[in-house]
Design a protein around this ligand. Structure first.
Ligand code: HEM
Length: 314
């Protein structure tokens, strides 16, 4: 969707994603993360980080954010997976997309009948007031469900793996307990891992002069944010993971009008998840060799399918 339509829709939900609003959710996010770590601790010292932590954290948070029932997590995780799997057949992608749109529509209907003060309830009021079309409301809820859990889950799992694979960085991470140090580490992990590893595709609407060349109107453009995040003109020694570099100008959340609206929420989730995981599970380590870890090379977002870890019980 292009402007002006895109901005008009985006404005309907920008207030929900201000840093202030998202910061007010930090205690709730901390409590979700602590609850998941509690259950890992109860169950023993070996666990799969993806299914027990990385995927449940953002799935639970997006349910709270949208006012969706927690028991629906499996439903939308499975459909999102089909939607972004490059190996899905067109029929599978269409099925997943129909199911998710149906789900979003039902959630909006439920909130219209029984509003609960969340974002979805507010959207259904806007629909009733005819300030937002029914179809657009469904698209907003859908984009938040799909964009709001799988990306962050991949970052939690891959970021943990990257720290485990760089013991000197992990030691620095454990030593830096100030909020800005944890936030800085999360930014560097976002830059270094750049999980949306398929370039954003665009079409130039006008001739664009860029760095001595011209992109002709009508040309296809691939905005390779993964390559930009490893540009030595922007980051010294870009292939090194350095959690104390200031990487805040990375492009892992995109750039321009479609830049990730959920980034403040993702940031808080990542900060809380990494900090709590390494603080509460001492001696966290990979159970298998790195060669046995299965990476998501065939998905739109990079990640791992599972990550068997162990930790030292006291
Ligand atoms: C670490 C986690 C995340 C990463 C790396 C990420 C990355 C991105 C990127 C690169 C884009 C730009 C797409 C483009 O230019 O075409 C984007 C857009 C978007 N993201 Fe995220 N995202 C994350 C988390 C989230 C969360 C938590 C939410 C919602 C709760 C979310 C919702 C969205 C939405 C709705 C868009 C479309 C925005 C628009 O078109 O205006 N994302 N994301």
């Amino acid at each position: 969707m292009d402007n002006p339509d895109h901005d008009a829709l985006r404005r309907m939900i920008t207030a929900d994603f201000t840093v202030k609003r998202v910061e007010s959710l930090r205690p709730a996010i901390q409590s979700i993360v602590d609850g998941l770590i509690d259950s890992i601790i109860v169950d023993g010292s070996d666990f799969d980080l993806v299914s027990r932590f990385a995927l449940p954290v953002p799935s639970h948070v997006i349910c709270v954010f949208l006012g969706a029932p927690l028991e629906d997590q499996g439903f939308f995780q499975e459909r999102t997976r089909s939607l972004i799997d490059r190996a899905s057949t067109p029929a599978e992608t269409a099925r997943a997309s129909i199911d998710l749109r149906g789900y979003a529509r039902e959630l909006l209907d439920t909130k219209r009948r029984m509003p609960t003060g969340d974002l979805t309830s507010r959207l259904s009021v806007l629909v009733q007031q005819e300030r937002l079309s029914d179809i657009d409301a469904v698209e907003i809820v859908l984009s938040l469900i799909v964009g709001g859990h799988e990306t962050t889950a991949n970052m939690i799992a891959l970021g943990t793996l990257a720290l485990l694979q760089h013991p000197e960085q992990l030691a620095r991470f454990r030593a830096g307990t100030e909020p800005q140090e944890i936030a800085g580490a999360a930014e560097e992990l976002l830059r270094y891992l750049n999980i949306p590893h398929i370039g954003r595709r665009r079409v130039a609407l006008a001739d664009i002069a860029l760095d001595g060349s011209v992109i002709q109107a009508g040309s296809g453009v691939i905005f390779a944010n993964d390559i930009a995040n490893r540009d030595p003109r922007a980051f010294k020694h870009p292939d090194d993971l350095d959690i104390r570099r200031h990487a805040e100008h990375h492009l892992a959340f995109g750039f321009g009008i479609h830049q990730c609206i959920g980034q403040p929420l993702a940031r808080v989730e990542l900060q809380v998840a990494y900090e709590t995981l390494f603080r509460r599970l001492p001696g966290l380590r990979l159970v298998s060799s790195i060669d046995e870890v299965e990476f998501k090379t065939d998905m739109i977002n990079y990640g791992v399918w599972s990550l068997p870890l162990s930790w030292n019980r006291g």
